[in-house]
Design a protein around this ligand. Sequence first.
Ligand SMILES: C[C@@H](N)C(=O)N[C@H](C)C(=O)O
Ligand SMILES: [Zn+2]
Length: 207
Amino acid sequence: MTILLSDPRVAAVPVRDAGEALVRLDADFGPARAWVRRGLGERLAAARDALPAGLRLRVVEGHRPVRQQRSIIATYSTQLRRLHPGLPDAELHRLTSRFVSPVEVAPHVAAAAVDLTLVDPEGVELDMGTPIDATPEQSGGACYFAAEGIDADARARRELLAKVLGGAGLVNYPTEWWHWSYGDRYWALMTGAPAALYGPVPAEPAA
Ligand SMILES: C[C@@H](N)C(=O)N[C@H](C)C(=O)O
Ligand SMILES: [Zn+2]
């Protein structure tokens, strides 16, 4: 069964943050030039090297400031509230975390997560079954990594992501095929690591 980021077991994971620096991804990962923890950057480079010739990773987001995390939560939970007016707050919190993490455990706020896809040699994004950031409602659940009914080519591309990113030590968030992390609390829970390596980034990196 899918463990969501709102699950109390995620927040219960201790964080032993050694203050590892943030690095900016090179332009080969795309124009966003996202900031991530050094250890995550090294693993993304290893995953890129493991791809078949001609394919590249396009990272559209890495570190995310707390205020932006809060803003995404507010927008999506408002959409859900409109769809389900009588929903208890705890259930709203749980459903919201299928698409966006609670701030306290947010992998992007720790610079420990990326949202990414695959691109061809011309830099054109490949079909992965849904766009990045399609919500469960918008995609009818096709945003889930293991969703059924995905086109065979898109399914094979998702499996390729799992092979190269999982092989490099990252973990996927099962409700979003595009979200992969390393060193955050969710990663620690999923891999059995005794603690997360990265907590929230205290100050925003310079542009
Ligand atoms: C909002 C979406 N792009 C995302 O990043 N979701 C994950 C679960 C997060 O908020 O960490
Ligand atoms: Zn993400």
